[in-house]
Design a protein around this ligand. Structure first.
Ligand code: TYM
Length: 337
């Protein structure tokens, strides 16, 4: 199995299960923007994944539009890239079912995100949450995507996607699916909570102070940085010396990611300074980079029908790629058509 012979194509997505945040932007959205010049890109709002955990229907629609607005405000051009919401392309669900029959129970049992999300409550979560990674494999392979830009937390899911592709090709003696390459790059691939440097910044964290939402106003944003957990030490000369100081490490990475520097360079600039000074500079750079995105998101969200039109247009383009590939898969599986 190889990417050789397959057209370079990018697929990625985010769940509309809450507010889009700085982790999504630094780990994913801004990398998506860089890829659109070079590759054919599909950027999906994965509303089918979102309902693996309860979503109030009115909130789901609003969050779907918010995610689309965040993609566009971050720089995704919906005329160039294909931007749509997953549930408008039924082929995702059809291929996911086939993959439910390819993936092995043991593979899914090893998924750490399922364990984290289910917690002690694993008998009560939806079966959708358990087969979530199969739907994710379907999202990607439905388009024979070769590259998937994501944050570090998605690495294990992408390994599963590769296993599913390989097993499908092997079982059905074909070479339909490419070997998918993850793109996990930059200083922002794992942004942590502002309240606990050992926990990922996440939409589902009950503490609002744990994350910077892309639609936070400047006052809120400043307050969140002011309240961000730190330690009593000064900033060291090198990033290596931040070991064992997860909150400090996280704030330095955020600064580095936004400034287009390495954490080492940030340490060199702030060596010997305390968090009072550092937080001032950090607030400035966050406001500088995030406020224009927030402003653009608000403008876009003020016109929901415009966003819906973009999503419908994207879904049409996505279906045009997906349907012939799904037909090829159905033929190989032995379905009468
Ligand atoms: P989701 O919605 O949790 O996150 C969307 C993207 O943001 C990245 N991300 C982060 N990056 C750095 N630091 C963080 N704290 C952080 N939090 C989130 C994620 O890695 C992701 O790239 N399962 C996926 C959605 C999905 C998908 C796909 C992605 C469904 N199908 C196919 C790629 C390809 C998810 O829940 O992402």
């Amino acid at each position: 199995m190889s990417t050789g012979g397959f057209k370079n194509r990018v697929f990625s997505g985010a769940q509309p299960s809450g507010n889009m945040h700085l982790g999504n932007y630094l780990g994913a959205f801004r990398n998506w923007v860089l890829l659109q010049e070079e590759y054919e890109c599909l950027y999906c709002v994965v509303d089918m994944h979102a309902i693996t955990q309860w979503q109030d229907p009115a909130d789901l629609a609003a969050s779907t539009r918010e995610a689309a607005a965040a993609y566009i405000a971050s720089g995704v051009d919906p005329k160039v890239s294909i931007l749509y919401n997953q549930s408008q392309v039924a082929a995702h669900a059809e291929l996911a079912w086939i993959f439910n029959c390819v993936a092995r129970l043991g593979w899914l049992n090893r998924m750490t995100q399922f364990k984290d999300k289910a917690g002690k409550n694993s008998e009560q979560v939806s079966t959708g949450l358990f087969v979530y990674p199969n739907l994710m494999a379907a999202d990607i392979l439905l388009y024979k995507a070769t590259h998937v830009p994501v944050g570090e937390d998605q690495k294990q899911h992408l390994e599963l996607t590769r296993d599913i592709a390989q097993k499908f090709n092997h079982d059905f003696e074909c070479d339909i699916f490419p070997d998918v390459q993850p793109i996990i790059q930059g200083e922002g691939t794992r942004i942590m909570s502002l309240r606990d440097g050992l926990k990922k910044m996440s939409k589902s964290d009950p503490s609002h102070y744990s994350r910077i939402n892309l639609n936070d106003d400047t006052d809120t944003l400043m307050k969140k940085i002011r309240k961000a957990k730190t330690d009593a030490e000064l900033l060291p000369a090198t990033a290596k010396e931040l070991a064992g100081r997860p909150e400090a490490q996280n704030l330095v990475s955020i600064f580095a990611a936004l400034a287009g520097q390495t954490s080492d360079q940030v340490c060199t600039s702030f060596e010997g300074k305390g968090f009072g000074d550092f937080k001032k500079a950090l607030t400035e750079i966050i406001v500088d980079k995030v406020a224009p995105i927030t402003e653009e998101m608000l403008k876009l969200q003020a016109d929901p029908s415009y966003i819906d039109e973009i999503l419908r247009f994207g879904a049409e383009r996505a279906r045009a790629i997906a349907e012939p590939i799904l037909n090829e898969v159905k033929q190989v599986v032995g379905y009468i058509r």
